[in-house]
Ligand binder design. Structure first.
Ligand SMILES: Cc1ncc(COP(=O)(O)O)c(C=O)c1O
Length: 485
């Protein structure tokens, strides 16, 4: 980093205009799309996510439910749902009607109260599993906003500086949140501010299929082993006499909170062993620190339960929600133990666009829909259909090493060899491009760039699931031919 390697790394990460033009020329869409792509990249930064997820993302003009349409009229199966935002399908009619009606009444009132916002806070308090049962809410605009707000509130309430999070977690890339984002690929862009400068410590995420603690001894499952070792690790973290986080003799800690994703989303839709949050709850109670769960991606039905936290049956000190909450409009909320948010005084936190009226009106409809009878059962049914289809594909395509799924939260890991589990990163990149050619978009991620994150709208039709499986089948076959497997 300090002897010219930083410059070398930055050179490798950069895109040149020539490379951008080559990508556009080879893009698997029509002339109008290419023309728009050229206009786009003539004026916007190359630092945006579209050029990391795809060679060039399709330029989408319209959408309906689970299908996107680009400027040339080409259709794409949507397994991205705007990164979990369009959870109720693109251009959902019920939400569109609410937004249209509200836009005739009141659109914005600064960070100040209005009936839609008050109703929304009341409902969030009712449906969120907060420890002790008495909760309060504070609103933000983006997911990062909610994380920043939660960290500020936790530090203020406890009077302690440190936050602990897991390697691989993603909590945003604003100045306050980037230190909490332990995604290796992002760190290169954070330098020269290392996370420790913002009082953030990391522990390994229990990722059973590529367990950071090695292989289990005979008779023990990967999941059990991963969690047991994590417990030992964290106990050492707090308990050793060298621990920077706890002064053992007087039992004083300088850690304000754990801030964690219940399942790791941007890192590749990785589901930890059952009991992960229970373990953190136990340690949080033992050492007197707060447990904050970031459900910005996993919440509101995505995993087949209202909150992913419910899979472990724990109550938390704060829960953060955003993405699907606003039904496509930007909105986030921190739901916290009442005493935490009662600790500070008037004006402690403000954001001009927080709790926007249109977004709150849409969010009230989103909550109504996701808490309707049978909504979550239907998410689980569709998730099972998708999962079983992928299991069938796995029998024919040995590239699929591992599938983990809860509801419509589905992660797929590609490996060169199921025995060694060596990541198939190149193959994964090839398959994604083949799928874009065929008309399907999704995100590829993972610690080793070899995981597919399947995030369809929760309203996805069975026929669209089947169409997605057929596209995958063909794309995997072509990858096998190309990489001669
Ligand atoms: C779990 C999680 N937390 C926080 C964020 C940050 O949200 P935003 O991009 O809206 O700031 C994201 C975004 O992907 C996320 O997935």
């Amino acid at each position: 980093m300090f002897d010219g390697r930083l410059e070398e790394q930055r050179r490798r990460l950069k895109l040149t205009p020539e490379e951008v033009e080559r990508r556009i020329a080879e893009a698997p869409f029509g002339d109008k799309g290419k023309e728009w792509a050229r206009r786009w990249l003539a004026v916007e930064s190359y630092g945006q996510v579209g050029l990391a997820l795809f060679k060039v993302p399709p330029i989408i003009e319209r959408a309906e439910d689970d299908i996107l349409m680009d400027v040339d009229g080409k259709e794409y199966v949507d397994l991205l749902a705007g990164f979990s935002v369009s959870a109720l399908g693109q251009c959902n009619r019920e939400i569109a009607e609410i937004i249209a009606a509200q836009s005739q009444k009141l659109v914005h009132y600064f960070d100040l109260p209005h009936p839609e916002r008050i109703k929304l806070a009341e409902r969030l308090v009712e449906i969120t599993p907060i420890k002790g049962g008495k909760a309060r809410v504070m609103f933000g605009v983006t997911g990062s906003d909610a994380v920043e707000l939660a960290v500020r509130a936790a530090r203020y309430y406890t009077g302690r500086p440190f936050i602990l999070t897991a390697f691989g977690d993603y909590h945003g890339v604003t100045y306050g949140t980037m230190s909490l984002t332990g995604k290796g690929g992002m760190w290169a862009y954070f330098y020269p501010i290392p996370p420790q400068d913002n009082a953030v410590g990391y522990f390994p995420f229990p990722y059973p299929y590529q367990c950071p603690f090695g292989s289990p001894p005979a008779g023990k499952s990967e999941e059990e082993y991963c969690l047991e070792r994590l417990e030992e690790y964290l106990e050492y973290f707090f308990g050793s006499k060298e621990s920077p986080y706890r002064e053992a003799k007087n039992n004083i800690t300088n850690v304000a909170a754990f801030v964690v994703e219940p399942f790791q989303s941007s890192a590749g839709y990785i589901i930890p062993p059952p009991g992960y949050l229970k373990l953190l709850r136990k340690l949080a109670d033992k050492y007197g620190i707060l447990l904050i769960v970031d459900e910005i991606q996993t919440g509101l039905g995505r995993t087949g339960k209202l909150w992913a936290t419910e899979w472990d049956g724990v109550e938390v000190d704060m829960l953060l929600t955003s993405k699907a909450l606003g039904g496509g409009l930007p909105l986030s909320a921190v739901v916290a133990r009442a005493d935490i948010l009662e600790a500070w005084g008037p004006g402690a936190h403000v954001s001009t666009q927080a709790g926007n009226v249109l977004a709150c009106a849409a969010a009230n409809k989103v909550l109504e829909v996701v808490t309707r009878e049978d909504f979550l059962a239907e998410v689980r049914r569709k998730g099972e259909r998708f999962y079983q289809g992928l299991v069938e594909l796995q029998k024919r395509h040995s590239l699929i090493g591992h599938i983990n799924a809860r509801g419509l939260y589905i992660g797929l890991e590609l490996v060169k060899n199921p025995e060694t589990r060596e990541p198939a990163s190149e193959e994964a990149a090839f398959i994604l491009e083949e799928c874009v050619k065929e008309g399907m978009v999704f995100e590829k991620g993972g610690y080793f760039h070899n995981r597919f994150q399947l995030i369809p709208p929760l309203t996805i039709r069975d026929s669209t699931i089947d169409r997605a499986l057929e596209i995958f089948d063909r794309a995997f076959s072509r990858a096998e031919e190309k990489f001669s497997r």
